[in-house]
Design a protein around this ligand. Structure first.
Ligand code: FMN
Length: 381
């Protein structure tokens, strides 16, 4: 699940199971937290197996039950956009946790803030935290009741935004993602406008203590819903939509004497990955993938479009790129790397291919392809 997809399944969950996070989950969350800290200059951290701030006997934090892990959202106290950045980057961490199947809840009030202040360095300000952990598969009766009392109806798109009738579709898609954004007391105290300069803007309509955190969360949701772009910080900040690009390719595989082998190419830029390239004219995704594989590797392939996975990233500022991957098997042609694009190529075992992949997204695609092929093989037996 991508973090964009996590938007529609996320809901605040307040009842946690005692199971600790696995080392793999801690690593994954650690990675996204490091990335957010690097980009933002903030200092988020994951705190595991520390129920203290949520089970004080002095105060009643009855709403949250069984919390063991949480993420601290903090940063330099002199950062003028600290609160908003905590919302924007913090929601990236929260949605990543949701995409990993974990439960989350932003918490600004119902925890022992004093205990968390011990975790903060001099010159930093603690903004809020979010709980994270395993939750019961089905929402408990208590959870349903809490959701009903805490979360009144969501605001409509027309209530949250003006200009929906004049703006391009991506604006409405952005607003639809904002409708699902968490906010303190479910206030959603902001409004989106569409300007004559073809830019969207987000302004505060509320001055509650977490309204800037809420604004940051809403901006991230809008950006994900609109499929890429860049915000300016602050109430009234403008959003510029990114230019969209699309490439298609595949993970080519064949059976060797010792199991499956995957074809990887080394692009002239130096990185190892799978063959792919830009869509041309009115090609279908499958046509682009087959043409690109033939051009880059000399191989004719048969595609299996039952596997279709999309990776989204920003190759440069102002551009968002989707890459669609299928799986493929060679059926003809002759291996011949395309000189202008590919410096070398080779067939590798799963283990070696994982090590060769330069980008994490290629490794993810490889693992997803392997899981798909295993499942397909099992079904055919
Ligand atoms: C900044 C912020 C602070 C919050 N603080 C609390 C809190 O102290 N206790 C709590 O139970 N929920 C808290 N929430 C969760 C909201 O109540 C919840 O997001 C909102 O009701 C919408 O419901 P949903 O998240 O299920 O969509 C907070 C949310 C945000 C964004």
């Amino acid at each position: 699940m991508t973090i964009s997809e996590a938007i529609s399944v996320r809901t605040s969950l307040r009842t946690y199971l005692p199971d600790p996070l696995t080392p793999e989950q801690r690593r994954e969350l650690g990675k996204v937290i490091d990335m957010c800290n690097r980009r933002s200059g903030l200092h988020f951290r994951l705190v595991c197996d520390r129920p203290g701030p949520f089970d004080s006997i002095k105060k009643s934090y009855g709403m949250l039950k069984g919390v063991r892990n949480f993420i601290v959202f903090a940063g330099p106290e002199n950062d003028p956009n600290l609160e908003e950045k905590c919302g924007y980057y913090g929601e990236q961490v929260v949605l990543t946790a949701v995409s990993m199947g974990l439960g989350t809840c932003w918490v600004g009030g119902t925890y022992d803030r004093k205990e968390c202040l011990e975790l903060i360095e001099p010159g930093e300000k603690l903004v809020c935290v979010a709980t994270v952990g395993f939750t019961p598969k089905e929402p408990t009766g208590r959870e349903k009741l809490l959701a009903k009392t805490i979360r009144p109806k969501r605001r409509s798109a027309a209530d949250l935004a003006e200009g929906l009738d004049r703006a391009p579709d991506w604006y409405a898609d952005g607003v639809a993602a904002v409708q699902l954004a968490p906010s303190a007391m479910n206030r959603q105290g902001y409004r989106f406008t569409w300007g004559q300069d073809a830019a969207a803007r987000a302004s505060l309509t509320d001055t509650g203590s977490f309204s800037l955190v809420d604004l940051g969360i809403a901006k991230l949701h809008f950006e994900l819903g609109a499929h890429g772009g860049e915000w300016m910080w602050g109430g009234g900040g403008a959003f510029r939509k990114a230019r969209e690009e699309k490439s298609c390719g595949a993970v080519p595989w064949r059976m060797g004497p010792r199991g499956r082998r995957y074809l990887m190419v080394r692009h002239v830029g130096g990185h190892w990955g799978f063959p792919k390239g830009h869509m041309e004219g009115d090609e279908t995704e499958a046509e682009t993938a087959m043409r690109e594989i033939l051009e880059e590797t000399g191989l004719e392939v048969e595609l299996d479009t039952g596997f279709r996975q999309v990776v989204t990233y920003s190759p440069k500022r102002g551009v968002v790129k989707d890459v669609v991957f299928f799986v493929a098997q060679p059926v003809g042609g002759k291996e011949r790397p395309q000189k202008s694009e590919v410096s070398s190529m080779g067939w590798f075992s799963l283990r070696s291919a994982r090590e060769m992949a330069t980008y994490a997204t290629d490794e993810e695609i490889l693992l997803a392809a392997e899981a798909y092929l295993n499942e397909k093989e099992e079904l055919s037996h």
